[in-house]
Write a protein that binds this ligand. Structure first.
Ligand code: AMP
Length: 392
C-alpha cells in the first residue's frame, strides 16, 4: 500500500501551525479516507515579533521544512503529494476546497477586507509554500465553505439590500472545517440515516451549527467571527445599536470599538479571565464576577440550542467539541440542564467522564463529546481534491 503524505499548514499572523500526515490508500468516492497517521506536527511562533529569530513567514516555513527534514520527511520527499492550507474567509467565491492557482491567490486577496486579521497571513503562507515547492499541488480549505449551504433566510441580514450587496454583508459562518468533521462523526451515533445534528464548537472562539443530513442549515458566526456565542475575548451577539451608542456617546473610534468587542469582551470582559479553567476555579471559590461570566456564557449556548432545535424541527445528536466543549463538564451541564421536555438529558457520571456519549439512557437526543480534528479534515479534503484532479 502506498502512503501519501500531506502537509497541513495553518498560517496565522504571528504563528504557523503544521502537521504532516500519512493518508494511506486513496479513498473510494464518497468513502472515508484511509487511516491517517501523524508523522510530525508543531507550531512556529512569534513571527515578526521583536527579538524573535523568525522574521517573517518565509523563515517560519523554512523552520517547518528544517523540522520535517530532521524527523526524516523533508519537503522534497517523493511521498509528499500536496500541501493543504487553512484559509479563513472564502466569501461567496469559494464553497469547496480548491486547487491553488495564481487566480485563486488573487481571489483570496480580494477577500482581505472581510477578514483583515486572517486572510493576509493565509495568503502569505500559501505564497511562501508555493515558492518552496512550485511543482506540488496546494489546496485551500476554507473555514466558511461548510456553511455555504445555509439557506438565504438564514444567511441574509435584514438591512438595505443594495448596501449589503455592495459591501459583501451577509452571514458566512466560520469554524466550518471543525463543524464538518464533528457533525460527520456525530451522525454515526444517531439511530437513523440523515440525522439532524447540533454542533457546539466551544474553544477560544465559539460557534454553533445546525446540520441536517450532512448539510449545514444554520450557524452562529456571521459576516465575521464576532457574532453568536460568548467567547474567550469576543462578545458574540450584541444589539448593533450598542456600536452606534459607543461611537456617538463615548466617541470611540472604529479601532476602539473593534478592540472592545474582539479583544476585551467575552469571558475576559465580564470577569478578567478568558480561560474557562480559571473561570471555573473562581466560580468554585464563590467569585460573583466569574459566576456572572459563566452564566452569561451558558445562557447563550442554551438559547442557541433552543433556536436551532426549532430550525431543525427535531434533533438527533448534540455534539460538544473544542477546548471548552471537550473539557468542561460544568459548561455542558449548565447549558443543557432542565431540557428533559425537549428530550435532552445528561448522565452526570458520563458527563463528568466526558468521552463519547454523555446522555442518559432514556434521552431521546443523544449528547456526545467529540474531539475535533481540523488538521485531519483539511488533509482529507486536500487528498480528495488532488485525487479528483488526478494529481495524487
Ligand atoms: P481551543 O480554542 O479549542 O484550543 O480552546 C481553548 C480554550 O479551551 C481555553 O482558552 C480554555 O478556556 C478551554 N479549556 C482547555 N482545557 C480546559 C479544561 N480542562 N476545562 C475547561 N476549559 C478548558
Amino acid at each position: 500500500m502506498t502512503r501519501k503524505h500531506i502537509l497541513v499548514l495553518n498560517s496565522g499572523s504571528s504563528s504557523v501551525k503544521y502537521r504532516l500526515l500519512s493518508m494511506g490508500e486513496e479513498p473510494a468516492k464518497g468513502a472515508e479516507a484511509g487511516e491517517a497517521v501523524r508523522l510530525a506536527s508543531g507550531t512556529v511562533e512569534r513571527i515578526g515579533e521583536a527579538g524573535s529569530p523568525v522574521a517573517d513567514h518565509g523563515q517560519a516555513l523554512r523552520a517547518v521544512a528544517d523540522e520535517l527534514e530532521r524527523v526524516g520527511f523533508g519537503l522534497d520527499s517523493e511521498e509528499l503529494i500536496a500541501i493543504g492550507h487553512r484559509v479563513v474567509h472564502g466569501g461567496t467565491a469559494f464553497t469547496e476546497p480548491t486547487l491553488i492557482t495564481d487566480r485563486v491567490v488573487e481571489k483570496i486577496k480580494k477577500l482581505v477586507p472581510l477578514a483583515p486579521l486572517h486572510n493576509p497571513a493565509n495568503v502569505e503562507g500559501i505564497q511562501v509554500a508555493r515558492r518552496l515547492r512550485p511543482d506540488l499541488p496546494q489546496v485551500g480549505v476554507f473555514d466558511t465553505a461548510f456553511h455555504c449551504t445555509i439557506p438565504e433566510a438564514a444567511a441574509t441580514y435584514a438591512i438595505d439590500r443594495a448596501t449589503a450587496e455592495r459591501y459583501g454583508i451577509r452571514r458566512y459562518g466560520f469554524h466550518g472545517t471543525s463543524h464538518a468533521y464533528v457533525s460527520r462523526e456525530a451522525a454515526r451515533l444517531a439511530d437513523r440515516p440523515d440525522p439532524n445534528v447540533i454542533v457546539l464548537h466551544l474553544g477560544n472562539g465559539a460557534s454553533v451549527s445546525a446540520v441536517a443530513a450532512g448539510r449545514c442549515v444554520e450557524t452562529s458566526m456571521g459576516m465575521t467571527p464576532l457574532e453568536g456565542l460568548v467567547m474567550g475575548t469576543r462578545s458574540g451577539d450584541v444589539d448593533p445599536g450598542v456600536l452606534v451608542h459607543l461611537r456617538r456617546e463615548a466617541r470611540m473610534r472604529t479601532e476602539e470599538v473593534d478592540g472592545l468587542l474582539n479583544r476585551r469582551s467575552g469571558l475576559l470582559g465580564l470577569c478578567g479571565d478568558n480561560d474557562m479553567r480559571a473561570v471555573e476555579r473562581r466560580v468554585a471559590e464563590g467569585d460573583p464576577d466569574a459566576e456572572l461570566a459563566l452564566s452569561v456564557y451558558c445562557h447563550r449556548i442554551r438559547k442557541y440550542v433552543g433556536a436551532y432545535y426549532a430550525v431543525l424541527g427535531t434533533v438527533d445528536v448534540i455534539a460538544f467539541t473544542a477546548g471548552v466543549g471537550e473539557n468542561s463538564a460544568l459548561v455542558r451541564e449548565r447549558a443543557l440542564a432542565g431540557l428533559e421536555a425537549l428530550g435532552i438529558a445528561l448522565d452526570p457520571g458520563l458527563n463528568a467522564a466526558g468521552k463519547g456519549l454523555i446522555s442518559a439512557d432514556g434521552s431521546r437526543v443523544k449528547v456526545a463529546v467529540i474531539p475535533t480534528d481540523e488538521e485531519l479534515e483539511i488533509a482529507r479534503q486536500t487528498l480528495e481534491v488532488v485525487s479528483r484532479n488526478g494529481r495524487g
